[in-house]
Ligand binder design. Structure first.
Ligand SMILES: *Cc1c(COP(=O)(O)O)cnc(C)c1O
Length: 398
């Protein structure tokens, strides 16, 4: 029996270790040259004019909201089938999250349902501010449809691209200037590349990028030309800085960015491995009606952050919790993505959401199970996972 097959795991090689050790031995542990180097590598790889490395993906989403100037009363639309942070970023700035249900086959925000919600709000005289769309599991959203809606309703369009590092949409890399107004990555160890904790904001807007650069380090401004004090603008003291808007400490360290540089060099290899694992699962599970395979599309390259399988547990008479435990006993550590955000106690209490509000996302959640997918998963591991998935389902159904 293989050991500890999690739904995701990092892949660290000698190059990563060497890069981190070199940085440890250098003058800079943080706020040194590695941060900029990592950002430049991202700009080139993802066709983004500006990339800003930050403390984590959640900080990146918060900074985007701050930099756009979201405020109390603003409505931020997102998908219920996502990690908390995609919706919480509205809460952090006092804005109100709102949801549009997902597409049944992909789990991605459904542009038709989003449009319905926008029309409904319009009828009530309410003008939402932004859409945070999530490339769930690593499959890109319908960015063209989202862009049309964003233009028509004058919305800021944000990609929560934490799952989609390395994915492409109509040959454009996720993160590129041509898709969303700002895209956010996470480099948590389960994601497609890692810096332990870390994240990035990518954007084509230099004004937005400049604001984020200030806000990630307390809102401190040192550039003489941007100072408000006329004397300091003339002859700035070497220690002088101004805070014109309060920011946060959302910086990332040079140590982490050194790791990020090594990881980014391996991204194509990671993607190749993830796609090979997904293709093998697809092949092995295709003929079995009990398993509903993840969606893919012709106009995209999937980044396969997750392999989001669906099993109709209720129909099969299988208790999902028992199935989970049984798989754990066999060293297969699955996860579920996601408990729909609107069903969290905070969202129910503060916004009055209840079961049935977003039935497609809720049904998706009921059936979904994320099975192991990561670069070092072997063909034998995949066969073992598939055999065990089948065997335990049969055992528990009888
Ligand atoms: C991981 C993730 C985040 C948050 O990233 P952190 O780096 O853990 O803060 C946000 N949104 C989605 C969809 C994620 O998967």
């Amino acid at each position: 029996m293989p050991e500890n097959l999690g739904y995701g795991r990092q892949y660290i090689d000698d190059e990563d270790i060497r890069l981190v050790v070199e940085t440890l031995q250098s003058d800079w542990l943080t706020q040194g040259p590695r941060v900029r180097e990592f950002e430049e590598a991202m700009q080139a790889r993802f066709e983004a004019s500006r990339a800003l490395a930050v403390a984590n993906g959640t900080a990146g989403l918060h900074l985007v909201g701050l930099a756009f100037g979201w405020k109390a009363g603003d409505l931020i639309l997102t998908t219920p089938l996502t990690f908390l942070a995609s919706a919480n970023c509205a809460l952090y700035v006092g804005a109100r999250p709102d949801f549009a249900d997902v597409d049944e086959s992909s789990g991605l925000i459904d542009p038709n349902r989003l449009e319905e919600r926008l029309q409904q709000l319009d009828g009530e005289g309410r003008r939402p501010r932004a859409v945070v769309a999530v490339d769930y599991a690593g499959l890109p959203c319908d960015w063209q449809a989202l862009r049309e809606l964003a233009n028509r309703y004058e919305l800021e369009l944000i990609a929560d691209a934490c799952h989609a590092i390395g994915a492409t949409y109509k040959e454009k890399p996720i993160g590129s200037d041509s898709l969303a107004d700002a895209s956010v990555f996470s480099f948590h160890p389960v994601k497609n590349i890692t810096t332990a904790e870390g994240g990035a904001v990518l954007t084509g807007s230099s004004a937005l990028a400049d604001r984020i650069a200030d806000l990630r380090t307390h809102g401190m401004i040192r550039d003489p030309q941007r100072l408000e004090d006329p004397e300091q603008r003339e002859t700035p003291a070497p220690w002088y800085y101004e805070m014109q808007n309060p920011g946060f400490n959302y910086r990332i360290s040079d140590l982490q960015c050194a790791l990020g540089i090594g990881q980014l060099r391996k991204l194509d290899f990671f993607l190749e491995r993830r796609r090979a694992v997904a293709a093998q699962y697809d092949r092995l599970l295709a003929d079995d009606e009990r398993f509903r395979l993840p969606a893919s599309r012709e106009d995209c390259e999937h980044a396969y952050h997750l392999y989001a399988l669906r099993i109709p547990f209720q129909k099969l008479g299988v208790n999902k919790t028992e199935y989970f435990q049984a798989l754990r006993a066999k060293q297969i550590f699955c996860q579920v993505h996601y408990i729909p955000v609107h069903l969290q106690p905070y969202y129910r209490k503060n916004f009055g959401y209840k079961p049935g509000d977003f039935p497609v996302a809720e049904a998706f959640y009921t059936d979904e199970i994320s099975i192991p997918i990561f670069p070092s998963l072997t063909e034998e591991n995949v066969e073992y996972v598939v055999q065990t998935l089948r065997a335990e389902l049969e055992r528990l159904a009888s």
